[in-house]
Design a protein around this ligand. Structure first.
Ligand code: MN
Length: 129
């Protein structure tokens, strides 16, 4: 079974980059440009991982992560947050709200895929360690 990844990112270039890289690495991807659609799409797609841009129009990625973590069917789905701000307080707030992973933009492909694999398949990470 292909693992499913929901990609919530309003920036067209970033969303396409994330989705292309994930698809090339064998993942099934569902892009979401509008953060206000993210929760409904997550419920329908039932992802194995959510990649969440924090800076979205009209809605905060932090609030979306909190809503995912408040949904009985989605709360165990790992979340990788991606943010343009790299301040210490930001990472703390992102982790407090429930994201397991955190990447600062600009995102490089190597660290991106490493973070994805760590979150989506912890067994293989332990085996490789
Ligand atoms: Mn954004």
């Amino acid at each position: 079974m292909m693992k499913r990844i929901l990609v919530v990112e309003d920036n067209d270039l970033n969303r396409k980059l994330f989705c292309d890289v994930l698809a090339a690495n064998g993942f099934s991807v569902e892009p979401v440009a509008d953060g206000e659609m993210a929760i409904d799409r997550a419920r329908a797609f039932v992802p194995n991982l959510v990649i969440m841009d924090i800076q979205l129009p009209n809605v905060s990625g932090l609030d979306l992560i909190a809503r995912l973590k408040g949904d009985v069917n989605l709360r165990n789905t790992p979340v990788l947050a991606v943010t343009a701000y790299a301040g210490k307080g930001d990472e703390e707030r992102i982790r407090e709200v429930g994201a397991q992973g955190y990447l600062a933009k600009p995102v490089s492909i190597g660290p991106f895929m490493a973070a994805v694999r760590n979150l989506i398949d912890p067994d293989s990470r332990e085996a490789a360690a």
